[in-house]
Write a protein that binds this ligand. Structure first.
Ligand code: SF4
Length: 358
């Protein structure tokens, strides 16, 4: 390792020892399962949001075997509100694989970790380095940004050339035997000092080694790829009641919000009215005709990659018995039981409104 590389690692490790964040999963350094759960929860999600979910999760599923034995409904219920539900389903599936095929022990090397559902290159690097001491990089969004600034990477993030450079940079500077702390130092520096906007270069431990800072271009790095417009979907949902119960359906396992429950309905076609679109969706999903009656409110939510405006309607069955044609399951439940069914944000808003106004 060149002297500059050694100096970079040593400055970062010193800074981390004094300033690293005291996060709940770091108090469980000897527990690879805790590191694994935290890394999955942290994908696409901010630390402050993750902490209470992590604490509830570890209280409810303290071991891999406890998670493997849980039902998917219990797993999704605990994950509700954290988003990207495929992460929870994969974690659950992976726990079952570890119990049945790996004797209940998480293997520590990155290649074995990557064979489990939901564990990709970054997550395997993070778990292997932090929990098992492997000298491997972990290149997340924070680390990408810090390295792109430190080494003034000029290609747009996500381009093959930038990714190649960043992977090489992340691996080249790893201090042998300290990769876990080094990776976490870069993550924390990105979260606390080298922030996306207005990096605090004046308090940065590696300011004197930073090429972007020397050139005054730190706020122009990393170079962002051209942004596509965020789609905005119009959706309609049906509240169908019968004998004091309401109809909910479970979304197909694979796909957006997979395995969660919702009020049946779906995306409107361009130019389609909510009433027409809702009747079409209910016929496709459940094979029944409905009468669309009074509106029950409009609900909005901005997901990371798209926005949704959902209009809910009270509806009545005209004829036929609902069958799950394009959904995984359906259930007639009492309003008071809706809280037991894991749901996405918008459907939970409808459920809460129904419970409040019944
Ligand atoms: Fe980031 Fe500034 Fe530190 Fe460079 S000097 S790594 S831009 S905070």
């Amino acid at each position: 390792m060149a002297d500059t590389d050694k100096r970079l690692a040593s400055l970062l490790l010193d800074w981390y020892a004094r300033n690293g964040r005291a996060l709940p999963w770091r108090q469980k350094k000897s527990d690879p399962y805790a590191i694994w759960v935290s890394e999955i929860m942290l994908q696409q999600t901010r630390v402050e949001v993750v902490i209470p979910y992590f604490q509830r999760w570890m209280a409810r599923f303290p071991t891999i075997s406890a998670l493997a034995e849980a039902s998917q409904q219990d797993v999704l219920a605990l994950w509700e509100g954290l988003g990207y539900y495929g992460r929870a389903r994969n974690l659950h599936r992976a726990a079952r694989i570890v119990m049945t095929e790996y004797g209940g022990q998480l293997a520590g090397d990155p290649a074995s970790l990557r064979r489990l559902p939901g564990i990709g290159r970054y997550t395997s690097g993070a778990i292997a380095s932090i929990a098992f001491g492997y000298d491997v990089p972990a290149l997340d969004g924070n680390v990408r940004r810090v390295l792109a600034r430190l080494f003034d990477v000029q290609e747009p993030l996500g381009s093959p050339s930038a990714e190649k450079q960043l992977s090489a940079l992340a691996g080249d500077h790893l201090p042998s035997g300290r990769a876990g702390d080094y990776n976490q130092a870069l993550m924390d520096l990105g979260a606390m000092v080298c922030t996306p906007r207005a990096p605090r270069c004046d308090v940065c431990p590696v300011e004197n080694l930073c090429r972007a800072r020397a050139l005054g271009v730190q706020e122009l790095r990393p170079v962002r790829p051209g942004r596509l417009p965020i789609p905005h979907y119009q959706v309609a949902a049906a509240v169908i009641q019968r004998n004091g119960k309401v109809l909910i359906t479970r979304r197909p396992e694979h796909g957006l919000l997979g395995g969660l429950w919702e009020f049946p309905g779906g995306k409107l076609e361009p130019g389609e009215s909510p009433e027409t679109g809702l009747r079409r969706e209910i016929m496709e999903e459940l094979g029944v005709d409905i009468d669309v009656r009074e509106p029950l409110g409009s609900y909005r939510h901005a997901y990371t990659h798209y926005r949704v405006t959902l209009q809910a309607f009270r509806c009545a069955l005209v004829k036929g018995t609902p069958v799950p044609l394009q959904v995984d399951d359906l259930s007639w439940v009492r309003f008071a039981e809706l809280a037991d069914y894991p749901m996405g944000k918008l459907d939970r808003m409808i459920a809460e409104r129904l419970q409040a106004t019944r």
